[in-house]
Ligand binder design. Structure first.
Ligand code: SF4
Length: 170
């Protein structure tokens, strides 16, 4: 076994951890067990190689600063779940996929090219102290959980209230 080949035990342990955390947060792992195990294996391999579990479906640069947006769960998971019912790798799926109501489709890459990411990073740094909101802030009417993103989450990660229980806060 090479250092890059995680053991079955390590895969099972991480699988169980991810599954528990996903369900606690209102997310779901892909119910196709073998498929999901392979992705978990990829995450562990990347963790050994780079020191962080970068996305198993994308090429990592091996520099945390440049790969931060694709450390799993990546910055693009929630928008892809909202739009395509699965993340780019289909490790995470929506409740509709889990229940068999919808099938997983092909998902286009949402991550901007490297040159664009660098530009965005520079702009964010330059904007640094300017007090303006990049995203609307949503408030869970049930428990008061706040989040800044394009739209409210499907399920509140704290109290599990559904999307329609959120209101625009800012
Ligand atoms: S696409 Fe899915 S598996 Fe890949 S980093 Fe994002 S959340 Fe993780």
């Amino acid at each position: 076994m090479t250092p890059d080949t995680p053991s079955d035990e390590a895969i099972e342990a991480r699988y169980a951890q991810l599954d528990r955390e996903a369900e606690e947060g209102g997310y779901h792992l892909n119910p196709d067990r073998e498929f999901t195990r392979n992705l978990v294996r990829g995450l562990l391999v990347n963790e050994q190689r780079y020191g962080y579990p970068s996305c198993p479906c994308r090429a990592s640069l091996g520099k945390r600063d440049e790969d931060r947006d694709i450390i799993c769960p990546c910055d693009y998971r929630d928008p892809d779940l909202d739009e395509y019912d699965a993340c780019y790798c289909a490790l995470y799926v929506s409740g509709a996929v889990l229940s068999g109501e919808v099938a997983i489709r092909s998902i286009p890459e949402r991550r901007p090219p490297r040159s664009e990411r660098k530009k965005q990073g520079a702009l964010q740094q330059a904007a640094g102290s300017i007090q303006q909101l990049a995203y609307p802030v949503w408030r869970c009417r049930v428990c008061g959980y706040l989040c800044a993103r394009e739209s409210p989450p499907h399920i509140c990660p704290v109290c599990k209230a559904t999307k329609d229980r959120f209101e625009r806060f800012l």
